[in-house]
Design a protein around this ligand. Structure first.
Ligand SMILES: NCc1[nH]cc(CCC(=O)O)c1CC(=O)O
Length: 335
């Protein structure tokens, strides 16, 4: 794929170099954005493969620190001029704004929900009931403390038997645990499965009340250098303001909690009535013994200050969560 223009244009302008990770999901996301970029700029886009630490390390994300493991190699390539722009899953992007880089666009968000991929296409409740009949707990794989916390809290609330099993790996590997019978189900982001054309393997879309998604889940981030003003301006055509503002609230909550993408923190901002942003925040411990849930609403008009006001909403909700004991719940490791 390296060096191959994936979109051809009659114009003689030089190809834009899009840095991408090699995973199937990253390639799918980059390919989709590449086509859009060609549509709005008229320039061909070539994919440049970049390997990140998160791709080569076999350690758990919690062990290697989580924040930024998929992102830093792409950012280095941008700052060294080896690529012109990069596409990240927004939920993998550290909340700190990097020197010299611009978040040029946040395209319209995909489905925010987490998905259950279970044997025989069973829903969570059916799966747990069936296995209770067989005298054992449902074994559900996920590497995410956020998903573990909410799965365990769900089970605890209904006195159901469920066991979360820490797993890692790409989408194929994770679904493989279910097909092989090693696990009864895994939880993955719906957005990723949709982008990979694997929606048919979803047995249930988990309700966001039961499984609130990660901050930024389902959204992409398109990054380039601030020095490249022309490209920054051109990429802005791919920006979707309602998505950008919603994720600003979610990420401000995460930043204020001083938590990373491997922390048991969930946040979802949704537009209700026109110009009304609702933010739901959840902090838990992976065992699901306690789950702290709060929400806040703010009237936000989509103007130049919208992102800042959304961020203020996120900080306010985070402060309320902290006042209610969020820090102790997350524990030292996640902070
Ligand atoms: N942490 C890995 C990761 N980063 C983004 C997605 C899915 C796509 C998205 O949420 O935009 C995934 C996989 C998953 O959680 O199943």
């Amino acid at each position: 794929m390296n060096g191959q223009p994936i979109t051809e244009q009659p114009s003689a302008t030089a190809a834009l170099r899009l840095g991408t990770r090699r995973s199937a999901l990253a390639m799918a996301q980059s390919g989709m954005v590449a086509r859009e970029v060609t549509r709005v700029t008229g320039r061909p886009v070539e994919l440049v493969e970049i390997t990140t630490y998160g791709d080569t390390s076999r350690e758990s994300l919690a062990q290697i620190g989580g924040t930024g493991v998929f992102v830093s190699a792409l950012r280095d390539a941008l700052l060294e001029g080896r690529i012109d722009f990069a596409v990240h899953s927004l939920k993998d992007l550290p909340t700190a704004a990097p020197e010299g880089l611009a978040l040029a666009a946040v395209p319209e968000r995909e489905d925010v929900r987490d998905a259950l991929v279970a044997a025989e296409g069973l829903a969570l409740e059916e799966l747990v009931e069936k296995l209770a009949g067989a005298g054992r707990p449902a074994r559900i794989g996920t590497g995410s403390p956020r998903r573990m916390a909410q799965l365990n809290a769900w089970a605890r609330a209904r006195g159901a038997q469920l066991e979360t099993v820490a797993i890692r790996g790409n989408v194929d590997t994770r679904i493989g645990f279910v097909t092989s019978g090693e696990l009864d189900a895994v939880v993955l982001a719906t957005a990723g499965l949709n982008r990979l054309g694997r929606s048919a393997e979803i047995s249930q879309h988990l309700d966001t009340e039961v499984m609130t998604p990660a901050p930024g889940q389902g959204a992409l981030a398109i990054e380039c250098t601030t020095a490249d003003e022309e490209l920054t301006a051109a990429l802005a055509a791919l920006d979707h303001a309602p998505t950008r503002v919603a994720v600003a609230a979610e990420r401000a909550l995460l930043a204020t909690l001083e938590a990373g993408c491997s922390a048991p923190v969930a946040a979802l901002a949704t537009w209700g009535r026109e110009n009304e942003l609702r933010l739901d925040g959840v902090v838990g411990d992976p065992d699901g013994t306690a789950l702290l849930k709060m929400s806040a609403n703010g009237p936000i008009v989509l103007d130049e200050t919208a992102e800042q006001r959304a961020a203020a909403l996120g900080r306010t909700l985070a402060d309320r969560l902290l006042a209610a004991g969020a820090a102790a719940l997350m524990g030292e490791r996640a902070r």
